[in-house]
Design a protein around this ligand. Structure first.
Ligand code: ADQ
Length: 467
């Protein structure tokens, strides 16, 4: 079996305990690396005065990591700049927030080149290289320029936007041309894959070589949809832990005679938090008889604080949560808890399991793992109801959730009323179908499908190159 090299911007090796407080991508990659021997390469999270490509190597929880420091300017232009102020908003359809600054583009290219130069000497001839996410789109191009001939795959964790949106990016053709240096490109859903194909056909004047191979810019690449899942088996284990039980008991005690509605998200403008808060406000206004019967808990740890748009949304959410409690609280009771803290994964599992409703309403989301975690945490005999945005990638697999338009607070309020009133038989029926999907389409299935397709990709590409 080939060795697997995983490359991602941030590297979060597992501690081995399994309940570490890390994000969706990190959990998925840790699960992948538990199986394949190899290496996880990326940025250390630290800065250095002058970039020197020095590597910090470590083996922790069975995973070897190779980390490199970046300069302060790299952080500003590559990470906070091009990745998080240009690509992230654009790919989430927020062209109003996307900043187009040449220095950002230069920083992005520079860091991808630096990563390639640092990584190349570590690569052995048979290694499969799996690059993750929008920070590293041109990495294959830089590696190829250094003579790396290995199979290189890329997986995009976020949406690929419609081509009318994508073409608002200056230099869009260069970015896509660089993607044709990969052997395989994976998207979360068929919809994002179709949007990419549409761009290649209409803008790049490329063509379909076969069902899953496209050719443009004089090269061919294999494409596929690989919906990411959660580590469902690990989640079941976490649910049985003392921490999970403690959290469940805590919230059950806090909501005696009340229904708990839970939201868990990074504090990000793509997650639809304002509309969600307004939806809950609508629900309370529309259903005065329910005001003492419901508690909403929104957990939203702050992220990307040095980006202005994140400071602004935080301010608006603080004001909104204050307004809702000011409007509807009583001396002995309030309807809304808004918490900016990170929790351990076992604690989160306990919190989800205490909730009657999971409210997951991103305006756009590549997949959304919270929706899957909520389902995995429910009691089979008395499960809660998932309300899910139709614009989350997860909606493609989770049709038995109550699907809503996340832009409409009124639709969210109606779905809340329906979820809270739903009888047990319907809750069980919907949950069983959702749980079946979460269990079978888990992170292991995702990883195996991508790695197998990558292993196979070179063989598939050779005839296409001769076209
Ligand atoms: P994210 O935008 O981070 O991921 P998501 O898929 O929901 O979104 O993953 C969030 C993860 O962080 C979940 O595992 C959740 O449990 C965890 N988390 C959130 N709040 C937390 C808290 N307070 N404490 C501890 N953990 C918390 C990106 C894309 C998604 C895609 C993933 C994986 O934006 O669309 O699903 O990558 O591909």
């Amino acid at each position: 079996m080939s060795r697997l090299i995983v490359v991602s911007n941030r590297v979060n090796p597992p501690s081995g305990a399994g309940e570490e407080s890390v994000g969706g991508l990190a959990m998925a990659l840790a699960a992948a690396l538990r199986e394949y021997s190899g290496l996880w390469f990326g940025w250390s999270g630290h800065t250095t005065a002058k970039f020197d490509g020095a590597l910090t190597m470590q083996t922790l929880g069975g995973v070897t990591t190779a980390l490199v420091d970046l300069e302060e300017a790299d952080l500003d232009e590559y990470y906070n700049g091009y990745a998080n102020k240009t690509l992230w908003p654009l790919f989430h359809y927020r062209t109003d927030l996307a900043a187009y600054d040449r220095a950002y583009g230069e920083g992005y290219s520079r860091v991808n080149k630096r990563f390639a130069e640092t990584l190349a000497p570590l690569i052995e001839p048979d290694d499969l290289i799996w690059v993750h996410d929008y920070h590293l789109i041109p990495l294959a191009r830089e590696l190829r320029a250094l003579g790396v001939k290995n199979r290189i795959g890329f997986f995009l964790h976020i949406p690929w936007p419609a081509h009318q949106v994508f073409t608002t990016l200056p230099g869009h053709a260069q970015l896509v041309a660089a993607m044709f240096d990969y052997d395989l490109i994976g998207f979360q859903t068929e919809e994002y894959l179709a949007a990419f194909e549409d761009y290649v056909l209409t803008e790049a004047k490329g063509f379909q070589v076969s069902r899953d191979v496209m050719r443009a810019f004089g090269r061919s690449v294999r494409l596929g949809a690989f919906p990411i899942g959660i580590d469902a088996a690990d989640f079941a284990r976490l649910l049985k832990s003392a921490k999970a039980r403690h959290m469940r008991d805590l919230m059950t005690a806090a909501t005696v005679f009340r229904h708990l509605v839970i939201g868990v998200d990074r504090l990000d403008y793509s997650k639809g938090l304002e509309e969600r808060f307004l939806g809950f406000e609508h629900y309370l206004a529309d259903n005065p008889h329910m005001r003492r019967e419901v508690l909403m808990l929104q957990i939203a740890p702050v992220s990307r604080e040095s980006v202005e748009a994140y400071q602004e949304i935080r301010g608006r959410l603080d004001a909104l949560s204050g307004r809702i409690n000011g409007e509807f609280s009583d001396v002995d009771w309030n309807p809304f808890r808004y918490v900016n803290k990170n929790y351990r994964r076992d604690e989160l599992a306990g919190l989800y399991s205490a909730a009657r409703v999971g409210l997951v309403t991103p305006l756009r989301d590549g997949m959304n793992l919270v929706a899957k975690e909520f389902v995995a945490a429910q009691n089979p005999d008395d499960p809660g109801v998932l309300i899910l945005s139709r614009f989350a990638g997860a909606a493609r697999q989770m049709g038995e959730a109550l699907l809503v338009n996340p832009n409409s607070p009124e639709e969210i309020a109606d779905a809340l009323a329906r979820a809270i009133a739903m009888d047990k038989a319907e809750r069980v029926r919907r949950w069983q179908a959702l749980f079946e999907g979460v269990q079978t389409q888990d992170v292991t299935a995702w990883r195996d499908a991508f790695v197998a397709a990558l292993d196979d990709a070179k063989i598939r590409q050779l005839p296409a190159l001769a076209v």
